[in-house]
Design a protein. Structure first.
Length: 398
């Protein structure tokens, strides 16, 4: 499985995250081993890349039709308390947190003073007096240092804010069209009222949890934050609750997110990438754009105003005959290098070779013919819209 991923260039994030230090283990480590998980070092954590009874492709396709359990406990979970919590978090990221309704959230970006992306994260405003923030495991150390340094500075100015690291919690994602119907059997709350990026504290089989309707697959589903000492019990109950529920690992998670057009930090976005270049300006609300009060606002809004002239943009590409890998050159039809691939893999859902990459701005129109250099050969490619596979997020009625 790992060889498959490396061969097709979709495990670059895993390779980058390999550590010389002893990897940490989630509360579900023994659970994974008992169920045939093939463990790899990812972002300093031992996590399953796949399971013995199901291949990467089978797991991917099952998630699109049934429901899959992913252990995402390596993610950094934070609670931000204090009466100035919204002011504080808006000094670090681009979301309009002030305008969020209670128990709703959004994808956002932590940005630096040059407009680069420190990390992408999910922020929710709860009705319990705190914000909930989930950040990438591969960025956990730098994110936490950045947030805590700013917390210290904010307190020195008299702001009432307290950042609490929730190392006592695990995070389990249940993804796929059967995910919520499966979970509904275990809760008394009506999950038809829990829309995409809405969150609620509920008991799941009597286990206190925070359930958020979101995920990294493009499918409907939830992420369940649970006390680590009850994570195995919850995972076992989920797995045995329905014949359509199976375990899934990092391999399927990566190809699912790429089909959904979702970025992988370190591949598709970085501190050298701005929201404009990454086509992530939708994460910045109108009020924040007008106020220009987030880190790097000057550079980001200057780029946004000159968007047709921005040097490069993130695009979707379909490559004929061969899968593209990160850093493979993207060429125009004259053979000139106009960019490079950031993520790529064969799509299990469509059978096509899909990729993301950055190209010069004049090549971002859908249908634009391109080429990708794969080793010493050049293969035809086409710029296409993303997502590559339609997303199935459960949105509120209009």
């Amino acid at each position: 499985m790992l060889q498959y991923k490396l061969r097709n260039g979709i495990a670059k994030g895993i390779v980058r995250a390999l550590s010389t230090q002893t990897p940490q283990r989630t509360a579900l480590y023994d659970f994974h081993k008992e169920h045939g998980g093939k463990m790899v070092d990812f972002a300093g954590w031992e996590l399953p890349v796949n399971y013995a009874d199901i291949s990467h492709v089978q797991s991917h396709l099952h998630t699109r039709k049934g429901a899959s359990i992913f252990d995402v406990s390596h993610m950094l979970q934070l609670n931000i308390h204090g009466k100035d919590r919204v002011k504080f978090i808006e000094s670090l990221l681009v979301a309009d947190v002030q305008e969020l309704s209670d128990n709703t959230g959004t994808l956002s970006l932590l940005t630096n003073d040059k407009g680069g992306i420190i990390d992408d994260c999910i922020v929710h405003k709860t009705d319990l007096g705190y914000l909930n923030l989930v950040c990438n495991a591969g960025c956990a150390d730098k994110d936490l240092q950045h947030i805590q340094e700013n917390e210290k500075e904010a307190k020195s100015r008299g702001l009432d804010v307290d950042v609490v690291v929730r190392r006592d919690l695990s995070l389990i994602a249940l993804q796929g069209p059967r995910a919520v119907s499966t979970l509904q059997k275990a809760v008394t709350d009506d999950l038809t009222k829990l829309y995409f990026n809405h969150t609620a504290v509920v008991d799941v089989w009597g286990i206190p949890c925070r359930v958020t309707r979101c995920g990294y697959t493009g499918e409907d589903g939830v992420e369940i934050s649970v006390a680590s000492e009850q994570a195995v019990e919850l995972a076992e109950k989920l797995l045995s609750s329905d014949e359509f529920v199976k375990l899934a690992g990092l391999g399927a998670r990566d190809s699912l997110r790429l089909e959904a057009g979702l970025c992988l930090y370190g591949n598709d976005i970085s501190e050298d990438t701005t929201p404009v270049e990454a086509t992530l300006m939708w994460t910045i609300g109108k009020r924040r754009r007008a106020a220009k009060d987030f880190p790097g606002a000057g550079m980001i809004m200057k780029q946004f105003a000159a968007k047709p002239k921005v040097g490069r943009r993130r695009v979707g590409i379909i490559v004929d005959k061969a899968p593209a890998r990160p850093h493979y050159p993207i060429l125009d039809m004259k053979g000139n290098v106009i960019g490079e691939v950031s993520s790529g893999c064969p799509s299990p859902s469509s059978g096509k070779n899909i990729a993301m990459g950055y190209v010069d701005n004049q090549f971002v129109k859908n249908g634009t013919p391109l080429q990708v250099q794969i080793r010493k050969k050049v293969f035809p490619a086409t710029k296409v819209a993303m997502p590559f596979v339609p997303t199935q997020y459960y949105m509120p009625p209009k």
